[in-house]
Design a protein around this ligand. Structure first.
Ligand SMILES: NC(=O)c1ccc[n+]([C@@H]2O[C@H](COP(=O)([O-])OP(=O)(O)OC[C@H]3O[C@@H](n4cnc5c(N)ncnc54)[C@H](O)[C@@H]3O)[C@@H](O)[C@H]2O)c1
Length: 265
């Protein structure tokens, strides 16, 4: 078996996924970019290596619909032929329906399937590798998993993902496996395409609620992930959810101004 350090990034052809793959290239020999979008997958290794300092050969791609157990098992088989996986980043995610009033059972199941169940399938597929390498899992949750910001099925799934992360941390800690979440605030990515088309002011409107008064960049998320998987830096950290959200979950200045009756906010 090869001793190469291997990372798997689901949704790796997306905007945050590419940034994570690029950041992990600093500490891993091979990064498997797993995605359902074949055309984005084709371009991803070239795009990441053009922007970063790593050669295109460091990035391997794998087509997979992670909501399908059989696809995940096949993906894991193909990845494992290169060696044991040390780092699993469950990053693929998406949402469609904004409120309970518009929700259908099919839409609900779809969001839970992609944003929660699929992360378990991937963990299950790499569980033995992670134990053997005393590896690390980072699940990309969302501020939506910590408070109500719309998109209820997605949010319930992300809240479930945070709890699933704790379950891994507590049960697999004895094998040296660490599991943590990163919960992004608003990151301007392809995921926002439809909302931005419907309301071009959506980002500016959102920024007034953020203490740091700016949006989050994919690289902000990637740096947090790189920190959490690094045993030298974060070897004692497991079971946490780290918001990377420019302060959104801490509180909103506009509300503090109302309740504190002070213009200092
Ligand atoms: N962008 C934000 O504001 C934001 C905020 C909080 C959390 N997040 C989370 O960050 C993660 C990445 O989101 P992003 O903004 O980069 O979105 P993105 O749309 O750019 O990337 C998501 C990627 O997941 C892939 N994907 C979707 N379904 C899949 C499936 N069934 N199997 C395999 N791959 C699949 C897509 O093809 C896409 O490449 C998601 O989990 C998302 O929920 C994003």
């Amino acid at each position: 078996m090869s001793n190469k350090t291997i990372a798997v990034v689901t949704g790796g052809a997306g905007d945050i996924g590419r940034a994570i793959a690029s950041a992990l290239a600093e500490t891993h020999d091979i990064i498997f970019v797993v995605d359902i979008d074949r055309s984005k997958l084709l371009k991803t290794p070239g795009e990441i290596s053009e922007r970063g300092s790593h050669g295109v050969n460091k990035f391997m791609t794998c087509y997979c619909d992670i909501t399908k157990e059989e696809d995940v098992a096949n993906m894991a088989k193909s990845v494992s032929s290169h060696g044991r996986v040390r780092t699993l980043i469950n990053n693929a995610g998406a949402t469609n329906v904004g409120s309970l009033g518009e929700m259908t059972p099919t839409a609900w199941k779809g969001d839970i399937s992609l944003n929660l169940n699929a992360s378990f399938f991937c963990f299950h597929a790499f569980e033995e590798s992670l134990k053997e390498t005393r590896g690390s899992v980072v699940n990309i949750a969302s501020g939506n998993g910590l408070g109500v910001f719309g998109n209820p099925a997605y949010s319930a799934a992300k809240a479930g993902l945070i709890h699933f992360t704790r379950s891994i941390a507590v049960e697999y800690g004895k094998f040296g496996v660490r599991a943590n979440c990163v919960a992004p605030g608003t990151v301007r990515t392809g995921a926002w395409k439809e909302k931005a088309a419907a309301n071009p002011g959506v980002f500016d409107e959102a920024m007034k609620w953020y203490p740091l008064q700016r949006g989050i960049e994919p690289r902000d998320i990637a740096r947090a992930v790189a920190f959490l998987v690094n045993d030298e830096l974060a070897g004692a950290i497991t079971g946490i959810c780290l918001p990377v959200d420019c302060g959104l979950i801490a509180g909103q200045p506009a509300l503090a101004r109302t309740f504190g009756q002070s213009d200092n906010y």
